[in-house]
Design a protein around this ligand. Sequence first.
Ligand SMILES: C[S@@+](CC[C@H](N)C(=O)[O-])C[C@H]1O[C@@H](n2cnc3c(N)ncnc32)[C@H](O)[C@@H]1O
Length: 560
Amino acid sequence: MLGVDQKEGKMRITLKTIFGLEEVLAAELKELGFDHVELLNRAVRIEGTWKDVYYLNLHVRCAISVLVEIKKFRIKSEEDLYQRCMKINWTDYFALDKTFAVKGAVFSEIFSHSQYPFLVVKDAIADTFRKKYDERPNVNIKSPQVMFDVYIRNQDVTISLNTSGLPLFQRGYRESVGIAPLNEVVAAGLIRMSGWDKKSTFVDPFCGSGTLLIEAALMAAGLPPQIERTHFAFKNFANFQPEIWEEILSEVPKRITELPCKIIGSDISAEMVTKTRRNLRALPIGRFIETSVNAFQELSQVEGPGVMISNPPYGERMGEEIEEMYQELGDWMKGSMKGFECWVLSSNKEAFKSVGLRPERKIKVFNGDLECSFRKYSIYEGSKKAKYQNQDENDEPKEEFQGKAHEKEEWVKTVINKKREEKQSFENKRSFDRKNEEARQGSSKPRGGKKYGDRRDRGSDSEYAPKKEYSPRKDKRDFSDKKEFSPEKKSFDRKPDDAYKPKRSSSKYEKRDRVEEGSKETTERPKTTPDVEKKSSEKSSKPISSYKNRSAKDKYGRKD
Ligand SMILES: C[S@@+](CC[C@H](N)C(=O)[O-])C[C@H]1O[C@@H](n2cnc3c(N)ncnc32)[C@H](O)[C@@H]1O
């Protein structure tokens, strides 16, 4: 049996998540049958078996990774970390031919450089292999086959196996992403926070590349979020039990014949809607989602009851125009979304004021580094109408924050600052490694008991010059070698962009198929013949059944 810390046959499993989604994840785990869930900072902890680990990797929607604890200890110095790590039988966990990486989080005065402890652990792993086989496995930072997680708080160190590997928001269903796609884990978290019942209509009139629509459809169909993903690091650990994994996979529904609800999306940009449609094609629920190219201002009443969740452009630099758009959004929700609970995610607090409706709830949510507010507007018909549709700022509800582990505001600042510091550290580390590489030229000795910190002892350990590169299988469903999913290309830290501002030209809300020329696309477009491309954008400009186009002239007194 693999050496992991266990209590009565159960391992300590930590699920990492996004700051502020801890409670949402805890609730999800309880629904999945895990009764004892401990809330941590940006994580929750449960106890379970390897079968649970496989199951969670496939099914959990609001976690970024699933870690299994292997060792916990205390240290007083950097050297202590190396010595303690040399006592771990790393060769039991994975084979020499697998690539590996060490990542994690450090909140400790012991280390002046926040990335340094990962290098220490990586050295210990390499040296353990060298001692046993006279050879060491390669490091691959971008798409390692095996990943270890190091968490250091003050003097306490926890070493875990990262059984997911690449973050779980890399679902594998995205062929195309827009400029500011919502992180899939955030999208799933927002849907859970909204309390959507998975039966009433779900609408996103700013659908972009379709993240919210897809996450909602997967939930409604009871399909796991990772249905298209083949990369899981647990498959590369020495104790992988394929028969248990196959059993878990066999329980996933093979065919979906219908959805219990309507899922409708639209966007002003034809290019975005084409991306959504491409993404939908890969999924068994794709054909049930209705999409169209429309400005929200042009859509008439959607049949309720239902839930709308959107992240419109935040447009921090759009000035008055963005306020105008939020004002129109408020008017439109009031006029066309009766019977709906409308949720809007934005970092632009000023623009929110222009919505002109009283939010029933406000929840603080982090979208990458951006602090956002997720606001609920219930659009009632009849008598309740007045209650929530008169704006009085003083009467607004207090902003909730669902990460109860961080009740103190100070936590927010600390973590954000730490993140910035870590980014800076990473840059420093790169230049540090470059210098180190120059200094060590030719030396490839193992550490041999020398004091840690003598960087010349690091041998041929630079992650940036591995002996041989891992080339993943050319498996259609293994996306780890696709550009779209490389951590650099699809970082969840990417900020929503102002590039979404609708271009004002002859028509105020001119369709984006005329606007998108020269837009900064972040991914390579899959090869599509011009004919197919043309066909799909022609098709996309037709109104869909549930959203009836109304004349912009009638409603807004403007010419189309
Ligand atoms: C922040 S992005 C949404 C990203 C999306 N949630 C995703 O995951 O890809 C905002 C979207 O609003 C769209 N948009 C901008 N103005 C619009 C309008 N007036 N009506 C409808 N969509 C609009 C943009 O084209 C863009 O795709």
